[in-house]
Every structure is written in structure tokens, then in C-alpha cells.
Design a binder for this molecule. Sequence first.
Ligand SMILES: Cc1cc2nc3c(=O)[nH]c(=O)nc-3n(C[C@H](O)[C@H](O)[C@H](O)COP(=O)(O)O)c2cc1C
Length: 404
Amino acid sequence: MNRRVFSQIVALGAGTLGAWGESAGAASTASHAGGAPDQASPPPPPDERPPQPASVADFQRLAQARLPRATYEYITAGSTDENTLRENVAAFGRLRMLPPLLAGVDPVDTSTTVLKQRIALPILLAPVAGLGLYHEQGAAAAARAATAAGTIMGVSSSALSSVEEIAAAAAGPKWFQLYVPKDRVVARRLVERVERAGYKAIVLTVDLGERKDVDLRNRFRLPHAVLLKHLQDVGFPVTDRMSDDELMAFNDQAWDLSLSWKFFDWLRPITKLPLLLKGVLRADDARHAVSIGLDGIVVSNHGGRRLDGVPASIEQLPQVVDAVGGKADVLLDSGVRRGADVLKAIALGAKAVLIGRPLAWSLAADGEAGVKKVLDLLREELVSAMQACGCANVASIKRDLLLP
Ligand SMILES: Cc1cc2nc3c(=O)[nH]c(=O)nc-3n(C[C@H](O)[C@H](O)[C@H](O)COP(=O)(O)O)c2cc1C
């Protein structure tokens, strides 16, 4: 999308969604009004450019203005009563930072290491399904933005581009998130392709079975051609002679939703890639994952899109970190909306965080530039929080910055 179209969308967002437009306008008026009037020179002309997105929430509003309602709701909603969705954000808000005074640091280094990979900031793109629905360049745009920001992209099994297409789009590091085809021949070929395409790790997501009221109400489903390409990209033997209903029925039974720990007996021997488990909330599960030699754990409730009523990920993080005892890298997602949230998660022991909806909203708003901008904003907010807390680097972000 070019700048002009983006500006129109920004203006549309401001115009149709009063609150943001009004507060942005009020802020710019206030800044012009500030300071003593200078009699000698005329006041500067008012800045007539449309407001620019300054936060994840601004990108959410832009996505809402741009996307079909059902698509926006698919991204944004949580499961059933959305208690967990709300808790994810509220729990970050309840955490209080208590920085020491006069501990000035400049510059601040946001780089860190995850699964032995050096990255420029401790914020990764979470695996998100349907990227091709939110922007015409879909997963390729997200991959380029992650590469430009110096971070890792988690590539969903349902990103709507093949693993090879995404690998070719940008050279930066990528992890592949595996939804498991029931047909283990298809599953094995997929894992082999991921390894050949240069992905750096496999993330096994185990909190399965999304159920959201809005999607039922909106009868949300992939268009036939999109679903066909998606299933072919994974490696399923589907053809364009199949009807819509046949394709849907195929998709409904194609994926293994009843995984157990035994699955790792199948997966571990067929790939050399590091393995992460995504969807961990319990200390005993984390201990089990470490005991079978998994390399990483993602503390996650799937952004409140799976079982409603489970606790916020950030609340479970300390006990998972303690259970893991440094034997695997622990990451966290669900509810990260600000750079200060990243600092809080790292203070509680996460190596890094992943962002789901902020990726989808910013991609919808402005493709690659949007995702890059949201990563930049979060990095700038993180730098600001680190400076305020006297942390010159990620390793110096410690638990005692937070009120117990
Ligand atoms: C639209 C959307 C699609 C998602 N698709 C997947 C997926 O295909 N695989 C997966 O493991 N997680 C998926 N997730 C969950 C994210 O990886 C991540 O756990 C979650 O979004 C984090 O919460 P946040 O949205 O509050 O950042 C999806 C999330 C969203 C918002």
C-alpha cells in the first residue's frame, strides 16, 4: 500500500472512530499552545498531516477501518465469553514497576539471544493464521518486516503461503509452527520441507480447538480457492475438482487434534531442528517438556482464543520459569501491547515475547510497513521503559523491578 492510501486509512480511522482522532487532535493543539508566544515570528503553521499511529491500539483501529467486519472480528475476538482475552491485558496492567532513582543509562541495548540465535529485540512475531486475508502480500510482508527489524517470525501452519514462499520472501530467521496432519506421511514431508527451507526451529502448538462466537455468527470461513491452495501448500492430496463442501469436509478431518506427549517420540527422530512447545500454562507440563529434552517453551493461552477461563499467561510465567530452572528458553505471549509489557515479562523470566494480534492488525493497516512500524513502536517503548528502570541491556532486567 502506498503512503497516500495509508494516509486515507489513517484519516478514515480518525474520522469514523472519534476517540482516537479527537484525542490525537487535542494533543497536537495542546503542543502548539504550549510555551510563550513569540511576537517576532509568526506561529508555525498547524501540522495538517493526518495523525500517525502511535501505539498498537491505533493499529487496531486502522485494521478495523480497513478490513471486512468478519475478518476483523476473527482476528480480534476471544473464545466464548472472552474472560481470558480481557485478563491477558488486565494482568499486565496490574503489574507495577518500581524503578530505582538516578540509575541513568544511555544507550540501551535491546538485543538478546533465543535458542542460540542473536536477535535485535526480544519481540517475535507469533504464528498467526490467515495472514493472506489481512493484506495482499500476507506472510511475505510479515517476513520482510521481521527481517528488517532483526527478529524472528513464527510462521503458522495456516499462514496461507507455503513454507518455501515465506522462506524466499526474506532471509531473516523463522520458526515453523506445526499443526499436525493426521496423515503422518504428509506430516513428515512437511517437517522435511521446513528443514530444507532453512527454518531454525519447530513450534508445536498444543492448545487446539478454537471456538469463537463471532466466527459462528459471521459464518467465517476461508474462500474455496484460498482453502484449496492452503491444503495443497501443506501437502494434502486435494484437487480443484473438489466442491466447496468436499473441501471443507476434508479440512475438518485432516488435522490431528488429539495429540499426546507420545507425539514427540515420532517428531524428535525425524528432525534435527530445536523444538518448542507452545501453549504451556502449568509448571508440571513445563517440567515434563524439559524432561524429554525440548528446547523451548512458550507460555501462552493462545491469546484467549482457546479455552476461555484459563488464567492470563503472564500470571503463569513465574511458576513455569521456576519449574524450567534454566534448562530451556521460556517465551511468553498473550496480551503484549506495550513495550513496558515486554519489560515485565522479561523481569519475570521470559527470554522474549511474541505478538499475535498486533501483527495481524498492523499487517492489515499497512502491510510490511505497518508490521515494521508496530515493531519499531514496541522497541521504542521498551527502550523508554528500560531507561526509566536503569537497564542498559536485556540481561539487567530483573524481577526486583516489579512490586511483589
Ligand atoms: C488471528 C490469529 C490467528 C492465530 N493463528 C494461530 C496459529 O495458526 N497457530 C498458533 O500456534 N497460534 C495462532 N494464534 C495465536 C498466536 O500465536 C498467539 O498465541 C496469540 O495471538 C498471542 O496473543 P495476542 O494476540 O494477545 O498477542 C493466532 C492468533 C490470532 C490473533
